[in-house]
Each structure stands twice: as C-alpha cells, then as structure tokens.
Design a protein around this ligand. Sequence first.
Ligand code: GLY
Ligand code: MN
Ligand code: MN
Length: 441
Amino acid sequence: MRKPTENPDIFKKRRARVIAGLKGAALLVAAHPEQIRNDDVHHQYRQDSNLYYLTGFEEPESFLLIRPGSSAETVMFVRQKNVERETWDGFRFGPEGTKKEFKIDEVYKIEDFEIKMIELLKGFDQLYYCLFKNPEADQLVQKVLTQLKRASGRTGYGLLDIKDADTFLGEYRLKKDADDLANQRKACEISAQGHVAAMKYTRPGVNERQVQAVLSNEFLMKGAGRLGYNHIIASGASATTLHYNFNDQVCKNGDLLLIDSGAEFNYYSGDITRTFPVNGKFSTAQRKVYEGVLKIQKDLIAHVKPGVYFKDLHEMGASRLTDLMLELGLLSGRKEDVMKANQHRKYYPHGIGHWLGMDVHDAGLYFFKSEPRPIEVGMCFTIEPGLYIPIDDHSAPEEYRGIGVRIEDNIVVTANGCDVLTSGAPKEVDEIESIVGKGLT
Ligand code: GLY
Ligand code: MN
Ligand code: MN
C-alpha cells in the first residue's frame, strides 16, 4: 500500500482556488500518456504537471473533472485495482483508495468515463480542457462531447464550448504560494548541491559522462525524484551549442565546462547553469568573457522587483550583452545599428530567462495578448545571460573562439526585490577557482 507523496490538503487548497476562478465552467484534466521506449519497455512515467498540481495523483490513465457548485465538485476516473497488473507494474490506488487518500468527492473506474461524463457535464456551458496532449484522452472526450450534443436534440446548441485548460491553469501555477515555494526551494537547493559536487569532481581527463554521473548521483542522493530536464554537460566549444546533449567527450586542460542541470523535487524543477575552467583556473580570455557575463547577470538580478516588466529584463539583457560584444571586439559599429540588424543574436540567440516551476519552462503568460506583463511577488524565473562564440567564427578575435559562457540562477520575486534560490552554486571567479577539482567531499 502506497500513500500520496505529499499532503492531500495542499492539493485540496489548490483545487478550491481553481474552483473559485472557473466562474461556473467545468475543468477536465487528463493524465500524461505513457510513452513506449521500445517493445514492452516504457519511458519512466511522469504525471502531467496540471493533474499533479491539482491532485498529487501519479498514475496514468486517469482524469480529474471539476464541476463548480455541484454536489460532487471534484470527480476522478482512475484504473481499477488489478492483482495481475499490480504484480507486474506496481500498486494502484483504485477508485476507493483514490477517493479516500486524495480527498476527491467521487471517483469512478476509467472504463466508466464516457457514460458518467455525459451525466456529469449536463448543464455546463463551458469546459476547460487541453486538447492534443493525450490523443487517447482526446478520443474519449470527443465521444463524450458528440453524445452530449446529440442529447440536446434539435435545440440548435452545438458542441460544448472548449477553452484551453493549460492557459487557465498556467496563471495559478505561475504565482507560487508557500507550499509551492517549499518544493521549489528544495529543488533549487539540491540542484546547487549537484553543481558543487560536479565542480569538485571536474579535472582534465574526466569524461563529460562522468560529470553527469556525479550530478545525477548527488540529485538522487539528496532526495530528487528525477531530473528537471536532460543534463547539458558541454566542455570546450560544445558549450556554444545551447542544448548540447551528447555529454560524452573528455574534458580537456585549458577548456571551459558549461553545465546546465537541474533536479526535480516533488515535481518542481531547478535550472542552473555554471561555467568554469576544467583545470580550475580561468585563462585571461575566458575570464574576460566570464566576468562580463557575470556582471550583467548580477545587475539583472538586482533589477528584479514587483512591477518590472519581464520584457524589460529581456531587453536589458540583450542591450548589456551587446555592449560586451562590442567591448570584446566580437562586433563593431554603432550599438543601435548592431541591435537593429540583430547582429548580437549571433552570439546570444536566446532570451534572458523563463518562468520556472513544475515544468522547467513553466506555464503562465508572458504577455497579456500583446501587452507586456509586470512581474509579481511569488513568481519564479531564471536569469540566464550567455555569450557563445563559435569555434569557426573567423570574424571573432582568435582568443575568444570556442568560448561559451552561460550563468543561470533561479529567483523568486519578493516584496522588495527577489531571493536567489540557487545561491548555493558558486559563481564568483575566486570561489570557482578554489573548489574546481578539489575532490568530491
Ligand atoms: N535548461 C534549459 C534552459 O535553461 O532553459
Ligand atoms: Mn533555463
Ligand atoms: Mn538551464
């Protein structure tokens, strides 16, 4: 017998908030589909972030339906208990166990989805549901909607009005409360510990794969459930590939190592990037690029407070990085002309950061239609400026070719500024130089 991983009251509280915001519409959230890796072997299962956010329930083939104002406001459909399947694949809560352990008003077996849903959706004018994430779930929903339409006969009413559940729920997930933040902080703390272990382990001759092993080991040993995304362990010029994933090369003396890696704790992800010299000592050219990016990153973090537009942080990052490119001689000419022609995108092709939470690139709007949105207390995001100079870029000064630097921290917005959740991972030059290669403990 398993128990829910987290306190079910956390999820009940979230559901109550969502119910208040639904304004009488119903909400349906499907489990993430299982993914086959090959033959009868599956990829590790991870629940859909929205379904987990509202229930804490981690099994596939399940749905949550919310019906504001109805006698059974929360309804779930889950797999039945099955001795044979549980012998092979593990424990299932079943309808009764789910109702009791997860504090859901009514729970039915998944086989009853169609028939029950037709009853349960009667009287609703609108349904929030996210189409095209789970094709099997979509098929079931299609059948329910078609039958509901038929049931309305010649009234002239068409299909139930569907609105996107991801957009709706994203706004709840974006602003973190104390329960969200406890998990977010822990994910960031474990992620930082992983980066410290990786720095201590790294020295010339180790393989990127071994550094990956150190990170994974530290994450899991410190309580992470899994990774927030695939590790990026990029030595030398591979650091100029933004999402380098091979992680199989030898880290060479004189090269930098860029590590972008984050642990997931209770479905919340950290997302840290650190760049440091494999041999523990920055060369003059490496240091110039690194210190330039670091200063910008720290200034951006200092600029964060409620009311600042996220878009302005993007623009400030691009502007300051362009200054750095001009200073290093990577670009020449007037800054306005360089930026207007997007020349700076050659060395900085991504944005300054993204919302962070249950998904590493988390849910939530960045703009209201085309209006920029101000940041608010409780929002978490990354600040991750970078500069990437391709090894074969003959227009760049030779000493900078093949250098890729990104420095990424995770922050939560507070009343007067922000808290850096990933400060456990060193980023000052002297701190880095004092721990790289100094052993695992
Ligand atoms: N780890 C992916 C990113 O930084 O966005
Ligand atoms: Mn990121
Ligand atoms: Mn990252």
